[in-house]
Design a binder for this molecule. Structure first.
Ligand code: HEM
Length: 220
């Protein structure tokens, strides 16, 4: 009897499907000739925004576990991070290869001239080792150092938001909303707030589920 196909939990299926949507949408627009008069900007924006959203979603997992006890979301974090890295890399390649044809002298000049590019580069360079060491094997190999290394995601997200803030010339509303979301996600990690939220959840849980259960330890 053939072995049953590997069961993919539906939340992970949603992450895979959701993560591919922006790329499929861009490919479809390119294929049907419906990109704007500035197709390179469409591709740059169409990869930059998903990279940032996916990165923030990966940072939302820990607070979701603390707040709601959603331990099932923990395995999603790695994939959200990897897809963020995928889009950020595509985003960088659109800029360096398609937009500037790997003209290193011109790219160097651009980076010196535009601080937002430096912030974007910093974010991507920090995401690289996180993507490379996202496997269980590396987690085992690095032990405690793995957790320390993966705290770099906070700085990567900060630089990505700064990148967005610095590149916007007029209305800062959108990048500031992302900055607010990031600040909230980081604040929810602060031990005093985390302990308080976890206690609130336990109380709520005890009140809602009238059974005596050992308080759960908030997933990390
Ligand atoms: C070497 C790395 C990077 C380069 C060269 C780069 C380059 C760019 C460029 C040229 C733009 C468009 C600027 C404009 O036309 O006004 C842009 C926009 C953007 N980038 Fe990056 N970027 C990099 C890394 C990143 C990373 C790591 C993220 C997120 C994780 C990111 C997120 C964004 C976002 C959200 C936008 C604005 C999109 C929009 O307005 O819809 N970028 N980037």
């Amino acid at each position: 009897m053939s072995p049953s196909p590997r069961h993919i939990p539906w939340p992970l299926l949603v992450v895979h499907l959701g993560a591919w949507l922006p790329a499929l949408n861009l490919a479809w627009h390119a294929y049907t000739g419906r990109l704007s008069v500035n197709p390179i900007q469409d591709l740059t924006f169409g990869t930059g925004l998903p990279a940032l959203v996916l990165l923030l979603l990966s940072l939302a997992v820990t607070p979701a576990v603390t707040l709601f006890g959603w331990n099932w979301a923990i395995p999603l974090r790695r994939w959200l991070g990897l897809y963020a890295f995928f889009y950020a890399t595509a985003h960088m390649l659109i800029f360096t290869v398609i937009d500037y044809g790997l003209d290193w002298a011109e790219l160097y000049r651009q980076v010196l001239e535009k601080p937002y590019l430096l912030a974007g580069m910093g974010a991507l360079l920090l995401m690289l080792p996180l993507a490379l060491t996202s496997t269980k094997g590396w987690q085992r190999r690095l032990g405690k150092a793995w957790k320390d290394l993966h705290r770099a995601v906070y700085l990567a997200a900060g630089l990505a938001v700064l990148h967005f803030i610095l590149l916007v010339k007029a209305d800062l509303t959108e990048p500031l909303i992302y900055a607010g979301v990031l600040a909230g996600l980081l604040a929810l990690r602060l031990p005093p707030l985390r302990r308080r939220l976890s206690a609130v959840r336990q109380k709520l849980r005890a009140r809602l589920l009238p059974y005596r259960g050992k308080p759960e330890r908030a997933g990390d």
